[in-house]
Design a protein. Structure first.
Lengths: 199, 199
DNA sequence: ACGGTAGCCAACCAACCAGTTGGCTGTCAA
DNA sequence: TTGACAGCCAACTGGTTGGTTGGCTACCGT
């Protein structure tokens, strides 16, 4: 058995520190821009540990992304009966977790579809399917492709302001960065969706 | 005067080749992931020319982005009277220019707002303002912040499928990659916007 | 004709960076 | 007690990469 199997397992602690530091680093610079030394330093751990625990920079990135994906999945409720409110909640979540959004963007750019995909995304597929089913049920419809497209659009609308914050500022002005600006944007989105679905 | 000022200026030709190659490289790998040697090779030019013409990798990136921005600005008409059709057109444009979208994403991640911004983006600001004015006029409204928010959302909806193509495939299925799938997505977006604005 | 110079290139360079090595320490099973 | 092993670290390595240098060529104004 491994030494120190008790709660304060030091191995798990360094692993967690590494993961946390990696998340910050990858969110800021992406895979290519991230520096292994910087991650180790921020975690207060020798960089060799990265290889001992994760194998490579790329694998560490995958692990970070997977954790982020889980976090997203866990945090946000299903669309359910009210798509507009769903968009509002999603918007709030992404607004308060900009690093997560950046991580998702880096991942999207790194793993462009077709050939190479992030391994183990079945969970993600399931999540999307259940979202579609939830929305279909809430809307009293069949969970077909058209409902799936709706889910996709809703997620997009909710994420967009966090995906392109500078564009938001350029378009709606500096106020976009203020709490009032965020709130106005949120209401705009919710109203927009409500108008669209309510006929 | 510089030698060879006539039309077939070889200097301009290598510069253009470099720009073209850089665009491909940056779209694929981003600033940090791009390799100067690869750009030079693809352009069929010595890499020193990059420094002679542009100064640095970063400056080359800025130049590429600026060109891409101009291209976007030139290609797409103003929102005008029909926001739904505008979204449809934008969607078509981005769908047929995925590299441009990737470039914009890399830029968004590289120049996160606040402190560092891509220099010389006044043109971009103007473009956004005139879009807002165009939409306001078409909708018979004042060009206030709420119209600006609308512009911002419309752009987001149109770009989203090109921004997250894998998510699109995960959500709506493999068919998202087919021409029929794209068309269905386009119609969904147009209908969605029409429903939202027509009340 | 010819000196000046702009464009270009092959070769070079130093810093950087992902990944490795060898050794030290503390714990656990026997 | 002891030997084996897991976690950890300081120091090292060598391939890579952004950027530079010195020289060659061809065109231009005079």
């Amino acid at each position: 058995m491994s030494p120190r199997k008790d709660a304060k397992d030091p191995t798990a602690a360094t692993k967690a520190a590494l993961l946390e530091a990696a998340r910050t680093e990858f969110a800021a610079y992406g895979v290519a821009g991230a520096r292994v030394d910087r991650i180790a330093e921020r975690a207060g751990v020798n960089k060799e540990r990265i290889y001992g625990h994760f194998g490579s920079k790329e694998k560490l990135f995958d692990t970070v992304i997977k954790a982020a994906l889980d976090e997203v999945a866990a945090a946000v409720a299903m669309p359910g009966k009210d798509p507009a409110e769903y968009v509002g909640n999603l918007f709030d979540f992404y607004s308060t977790h900009p690093d997560l959004v950046r991580l998702l963007m880096w991942e999207a750019l790194h793993y462009r579809g077709e050939d190479d995909l992030l391994p183990g995304q079945e969970l993600r597929v399931d999540k999307c399917r259940s979202k579609t089913e939830s929305l279909a049920e809430g809307l009293d419809r069949e969970p077909d492709a058209s409902v799936a497209r709706m889910v996709f659009s809703l997620v997009g609308m909710a994420m967009w302001p966090s995906v392109m914050p500078q564009l938001a500022r350029i378009t709606v002005g500096e106020e976009a960065a203020t709490p009032e600006g965020r709130e106005a944007l949120r209401e705009h989105l919710v109203d927009f969706v409500r108008a669209a679905v309510e006929k």
